[in-house]
Design a protein around this ligand. Sequence first.
Ligand code: SF4
Length: 351
Amino acid sequence: MRSKDIRDLPQVKPAILQERLGKGKARCLTCERRCILGDGEYGFCRTRINIEGQIYTMTYGLLSAVESRPIEIKPFFHFWPGSTALTFSTWSCNFRCPWCQNWGISRILPEPWKGTYTGPEEVVGKALENHDEGVCVSFNEPTLLFEYSLDVFKIARKKGLYSTYVSNGYMTLDALKMLKEAGLNGLKVDIKGSKKEYLKINAADVDVVWRNCRKAKELGIHVELVYLVVTGATDNEESIVETIEKTLKELGDGVPIHFTRYFPAYKYREPPTPIEKLEWAYKTARRMGVKYPYIGNVPGHPYENTYCPECGEVLVKRYGAMVIKYRLTADKKCPRCGEHIPIAGRPGRHI
Ligand code: SF4
């Protein structure tokens, strides 16, 4: 199908955030790559195309997966514990991590002329049918479903569902603000190392990600961080300590950080992260003042649990994505010492 014709497809819609530059060029303002596209050109993520001087998204309702998943698997440990979110994604990414754990989706380019279309009402309807407490855009970078997310979130809010993103946090501030206005309640951000690793691996600026985390928190969005400890790439102590320092400085001591175990995937073949390295990151974060560090992708490890930062009591016991025991009081306090624990939302139907 020629590019002029694809505008007739339901998955192809004018991009909301763009700037016309004249002479057939336009700048995409959805993420901080801020690609400038000439007529007929694609953006870095290949989900956006310039047709006759206007940028179009090609992923509206073009979904690669739709399924109900526990919120703990995102991971969100301090947000609607024990709930499930109807989780959906499209294709491609605006980053190029060589160890991408979801490369079967993120490295495939969208082809709206071949794919199916799922309307926003249909996604929310499926969440209600499954008795999910919320929706989540995940698996690939959700910012690439920006226009669709806005429409889904608005409908989800009307139906009493929460809305979440599992993201690299590289959207523009305008995109973040619009997501909040549409109903974004929770943002899980992957921190992919230090400043030098962002530049080297993704030609990206980590300061943008920290700015967005800070802004999201200011806007009242619940924020959690994940740091994938990749063997030989992001497992150096300097980068981990820098991330902990930044978290404390930008977000305070109450934002959870999950140090997750990497497994070989896509183009990267180094061995999985040693458990001792994850434990070191956890203990270092705790010692430096982070109240809620976790380790991830190690089911059954005691550092998957939530402990009271004051008295050490086990408050939430988990096994992988499952909550085994939930011991907080109705007003979210430690039953032993009364310390208030920051948990957004209320316990879901699996508590
Ligand atoms: S969303 Fe895609 S086209 Fe737009 S700025 Fe980001 S990478 Fe470029």
